[in-house]
Ligand binder design. Structure first.
Ligand code: ADP
Ligand code: F6P
Length: 325
């Protein structure tokens, strides 16, 4: 039986474009004759009963706003069968018979478990700046975060050049290096240190031994935050010990990467994905994440999306290496 009432929530780390996705899901559901209920604070709001009927006006004037109007949270109770039972009971009280979950791999892992336990149709949208979900070329929020990183690095480059310093700039990404690698290409950095490569080779030693500074007196290296890379502080400490000739500084960009008005690309992606999520529910699809591959919307089973081994494109490594000589 097609869904009559869809609940929508945002969970885990927020990402620019989540509001555009909430707007699109709400309007697509109403357009197709369904009711929509906004669930506040991720899975926590299902347990604490923070659920409200959404009309088209509830999502007016939000496409341009960063963050999420539904708020977001990390909810430990939802990781327990008792917590999920409480959540399910509340959904039943509200007449919610399907869910759209917008979040990262943790949120989609929770969705998968819940869907299996309660036979609930759930469609996920990849909402994370990390871009670490398998089966989609990009995730909602990634493009905006990349643009933010690029703007910050452009500014740091001014002072790096003036002082002829070596800067290690740490960017987010959890265990993935997409923000670091593409941020480095976009900002003209000299190198990126990413977890996907760290286990294979000593990127720092290779970078310095191949004379990465070339003709330049200042250098910028983007470091992915993962424990595998050691983060920017870890890398800088090593340089101070092993290569004391460099005047090193560290900058950790932190949560500013998650904020700001979403880029046009993120707004369009979120809108397409939101509409596709409702289409998928109407089509009887369940337990899939909406992805985009070669500009085409695809449905990716949760089990594949959360595998955590989305590969880095080798061509990007090459492009960075060659373009920074
Ligand atoms: P993200 O979605 O950004 O990766 P988290 O990893 O923090 O963020 O996950 C967000 C929330 O998803 C968690 O706080 C929890 O409520 C839920 N979740 C994550 N993993 C599980 C799990 N194994 N079982 C049930 N719920 C989970
Ligand atoms: O998953 C998004 C993300 O911003 C990661 O890049 C980062 O590691 C993490 O969330 C930070 O989480 P918090 O906001 O809880 O510090």
């Amino acid at each position: 039986m097609p869904s009559k009432c869809v609940g929508i929530l945002t969970s885990g780390g927020d990402a620019p474009g989540m509001n555009a996705a909430i707007r699109a899901v709400t309007r697509a559901a109403i357009y197709n004759g369904m009711r929509v209920k906004g669930i506040y604070r991720g899975y926590k709001g299902m347990i604490t009963d923070e659920i409200e009927e959404f009309k088209t006006q509830n999502v007016s004037n939000i496409i341009q706003r960063g963050g999420t109007i539904l708020k977001t949270a990390r909810c430990a109770e939802f990781k327990t069968p008792e917590g999920r039972k409480q959540a399910y009971d509340k959904l039943m009280e509200h007449g919610i018979d399907s869910l759209v979950v917008i979040g990262g791999d943790g949120s989609l892992t929770g969705a998968r478990i819940f869907a299996d336990e309660y036979n609930m149709p759930i469609v996920g949208l990849p909402g994370t700046i990390d871009n670490d979900l398998w089966g989609t070329d990009i995730t909602i929020g990634y493009d905006t975060a990349l643009n933010t990183i690029m703007e910050c690095v452009d500014k740091i480059r001014d002072t790096a050049t003036s002082h002829e310093r070596l800067f290690f700039i740490e960017v987010m990404g959890r265990e993935a290096g997409f923000l670091a690698l593409n941020g480095a290409i976009a900002s003209g950095a000299e190198a990126a240190i990413i977890p996907e490569i760290s286990l294979e080779k000593d990127q720092l030693a290779e970078m310095i031994e191949t004379g990465f500074r070339k003709s330049k007196n200042s250098s910028i290296v983007l470091v992915a935050e993962s424990p595998v890379t050691g983060g920017a502080m870890g890398v800088a400490e090593r340089v101070k010990k092993e290569y004391p000739q460099f005047d090193v500084r560290v900058s950790i960009l932190g949560h500013l990467q998650r904020g700001g008005s979403p880029s046009a690309q993120d707004r369009i992606l979120a809108t397409r994905m939101g509409v596709a999520a409702v289409d998928a529910l109407l089509d009887g699809q369940r337990n899939v994440m909406i992805g985009i591959q070669n500009d085409q919307i695809v449905n990716v089973p949760f089990s594949k999306a959360i595998k955590k081994n989305k590969p880095i494109n080798e061509g990007l490594l090459n492009a960075l290496r060659i373009s920074s000589i």
